[in-house]
Ligand binder design. Structure first.
Ligand SMILES: *Cc1c(COP(=O)(O)O)cnc(C)c1O
Length: 351
């Protein structure tokens, strides 16, 4: 099935929108050294100046590292900004709907609710497997977007690549593929498939493998026409100077990131083996991310016990298909050892 023309997918008001044109947008020469166009204070350099609205330096470097064109990159205040933007660009409130897997990352639903867009969730199969036919059965003529997350949060597993491709190929709207955890997985990233699949929007983030959750920097990769729509709707200066500067610094340290990822993957295997041997553990689910989901005997009590001991994990036991499950992030060896040691004493102290 081919993608509907972009104009049919975009909200009419957004298609027709004349975006705000900032001072820094209108000036694009090279030689200027006197800036009297933006009512800035001339003192307190460099923080007195508005940042680059399109983050050109950062995008040029990211384009090389990520293997895409600079014009195929959107940068936002976390991936969460990109998630909100796809609703605002494509989904007419109270008319359009989106389809998503369940369980998955909570922000897709929150942004749907905020934007008053119907959210149709389709349960993954046992062991959190994606069934493309089942997902596509929830699509109707008002479905603008499908949300997939791979590796998926909170289950940790990669979705089967062939099923993801079947979704992409059999949907005439846009498929958002959230690869926040792809740095930890061996799967081929979907951002490398933008040519083959013009209807995908791939999300990456600086918050996980890159160790930069504090700077709030998310990335979306899509064909240039889609990125142009994001640029039209976003706040003019949505990524501040401190974030842009720190991100450029981090890109120089990408070999540190590689080391962290390898260390975390080694540590992950060890923690999972040890966790599976605990009395409290019923099952550890396979994972391709920097966390794992574990089914335990009495998740709520164990969660409370860990909090008392100053250890915070994520209690996912109220999430569909995740009854009695805790989601555990892989920490430093010391942190992981502390978690395991405390859990080994759990039964004794309870009695
Ligand atoms: C952590 C996470 C993100 C990252 O969000 P940011 O706003 O970039 O910090 C995105 N998607 C998923 C599935 C996540 O788990």
């Amino acid at each position: 099935m081919t993608m509907r023309p972009l104009q049919q997918l975009v909200r009419p008001n957004i298609w027709a929108l004349h975006p705000y044109s900032s001072a820094r947008d209108e000036y694009s020469g090279h030689e200027a050294s006197v800036f009297l166009d933006a009512n800035e204070n001339p003192y307190n350099s460099p923080y007195n100046r508005y940042p680059d609205p399109l983050q050109k330096e950062l995008k040029a470097q990211l384009a090389e590292i990520k293997g895409v064109k600079a014009g195929q990159i959107f940068l936002g205040n976390g991936s969460d900004e990109a998630i909100d933007l796809v609703y605002r660009v494509f989904c007419e409130p109270r008319q359009d709907n989106v389809v998503a897997i369940a369980p998955t990352y909570g922000m897709y639903k929150v942004c749907a609710d905020i934007n008053d867009v119907a959210y149709r969730s389709v349960l993954l199969d046992k062991d959190f497997k994606l069934n493309a036919d089942k997902l596509l059965a929830a699509v109707d003529e008002h479905t603008k977007l499908i949300f997939l997350c791979t590796p998926n949060n909170p289950s940790g597993n990669c979705l089967d690549r062939n099923e993801v491709i079947r979704v992409i190929e059999n949907f005439s709207g846009l498929v958002v593929v959230d690869e926040a955890y792809s740095d930890f997985s061996a799967q081929k990233p979907f951002r490398e498939e933008l040519k083959r699949y013009p209807n995908i929007i791939v999300l990456n983030t600086f918050s996980k493998a890159w160790g930069c959750a504090a700077i709030r920097l998310g990335m979306a990769f899509a064909r240039e026409e889609i990125i142009a729509l994001f640029n039209k709707v976003k706040y003019p200066y949505n990524v501040n100077l401190l974030t842009q500067t720190q991100a450029v610094e981090m890109l120089k340290r990408r070999y540190d990131v590689e080391r962290w990822v390898n260390q975390l993957l080694r540590e992950r295997s060890q923690v999972m083996v040890a966790f599976a041997e605990l009395d409290i553990c019923e099952k550890v689910y396979p994972t391709d991310a920097n966390f794992f989901l574990a089914k335990v005997h009495g998740a709520n009590d164990i969660y409370d016990y860990l909090v008392q001991k100053g250890i915070i994990v994520r209690n996912r036991s109220k999430v569909e298909l995740c009854g009695d499950c805790l989601r555990i992030t892989v920490g430093t060896p010391q942190e992981n050892d502390r978690l395991l040691a405390v859990l080994r004493t759990y039964k004794k102290e309870e009695r």
